[in-house]
Design a protein around this ligand. Structure first.
Ligand code: NDP
Length: 313
């Protein structure tokens, strides 16, 4: 079925639902295509302590349920479907859904977020789901009283290491440099946790194990006179080395930065194509915070509203 939509929102993280709330309240009758992971990254996290309005913190999935319910309250049309193709060459933009529908969008807000990065080792794919994971809060449960490793030195890696330390017996934090990039408070928590051992200047060269993961091959001080190769025994290997924006579908149609994030003009959420706006992590390599994503979702809806007003015949 083909239908025309005033304001189409792709993605359902804090940016997508906030854009939907604002667009619905502006009478734009938004349609939200929720995508392959409704609710986005926060549905795979535990406690969120830094979203304003929740003095005692809130569970990530609960926060997303609340945002979704708020969008529904204003009659945003939420579709549990995925976008398989988007043609942005002329307006209305032609967006095809996995379920077979085609939507002709007079304005488009892209909030497709970002997904976890992997190191690129063949072994990661080999042990995926059998020891390798990019989500401690999803899979940590399986490692009660076992040994695990987390790769990365940012806030995500520290957060995952701390979460896993509450479940596992031993947590290695594999950091490629000689310092942590994470915020001071997270660094202190990690350093003060007796279950976490930080392995600085270390890189993973491979993983091993008969059927399931049994350990990782590491190299310390690679390329120097102090280079040292050793193995650690772990049942779980968690990647926390940043995220990749979900923009493949827009490559060649929208201006992206070198890492693939959508470029927006800065003062607004406008992309390089008139009538297409971007909000949330997909356009934000810098902050990647739920509250920032929600704020940019609000801006995108207001930008779309203004655009439609200026372009309505
Ligand atoms: P970051 O980009 O901040 O950190 C990525 C980490 O992974 C860095 O330590 C980086 O090393 C390392 N890394 C990257 N590639 C490789 C590789 N190939 N091999 C080994 N290590 C690698 O990403 P995060 O996901 O941690 O954080 C993203 C943003 O979200 C940040 O702004 C962060 O502050 C924020 N955040 C905030 C939280 C909170 O406030 N509660 C929680 C989680 C995230 P190197 O340092 O050497 O580049």
């Amino acid at each position: 079925m083909e239908s025309t939509v005033k304001c189409l929102i792709i993605g359902s993280g804090p940016a997508g639902y906030t854009a939907a709330i604002y667009a619905a309240r502006a009478n734009l009758s938004p349609v939200v295509v929720e995508g392959p992971a409704p609710g986005g990254q926060l549905t795979t996290t535990t406690e969120v302590e830094n979203f304003p309005g929740y003095p005692d913190g809130v569970q990530g999935p609960k926060l997303m349920e609340d945002l979704r319910a708020q969008a529904q309250r204003f009659n945003a049309d939420l579709r549990m479907d995925v976008v398989t193709a988007a043609d942005l060459s002329s307006r209305p933009f032609r967006v095809t859904l996995g379920g077979g529908d085609t939507l002709l969008a007079e304005s488009l807000i892209i909030c497709t977020g970002a997904t976890a990065r992997y190191l690129g080792l063949d072994d990661e794919q080999k042990y995926l789901g059998m020891g390798v994971s990019a989500c401690a809060t999803c899979d940590g449960f399986f490692y009660r009283n076992r040994s695990v490793a987390v790769v990365g030195g940012g806030d995500t890696a520290c957060e995952e290491a701390l979460y896993l330390a509450g479940i596992a017996e031993k947590v290695y934090l594999i950091v490629r440099k000689d310092y942590l990039r994470a915020s001071k408070v997270m660094q202190d928590r990690v350093r003060n946790n007796p279950k976490i051992q930080i392995l600085f200047n270390c890189n993973t060269t491979g993983l091993f194990g008969d059927d399931v993961l049994e350990g990782a091959h590491l190299v310390e001080n690679a390329g120097t006179s102090a280079e040292d190769h050793f193995d650690i025994t772990v049942d779980g290997f968690f990647l926390a080395i940043g995220h990749k924006p979900a923009t493949e579908m827009f490559a060649g149609q929208l201006e992206l930065d070198e890492a693939g994030f959508i470029k927006v003009d800065g003062a607004t959420t406008a992309t390089s194509v008139d009538g297409v706006f971007a909000a949330g992590d997909v356009a934000d390599p810098r902050y990647q915070q739920a509250i920032v994503a929600a704020g940019s979702g609000c801006r995108a809806a207001m930008d779309a509203e203004r655009f439609l007003l200026e372009h309505e015949g």
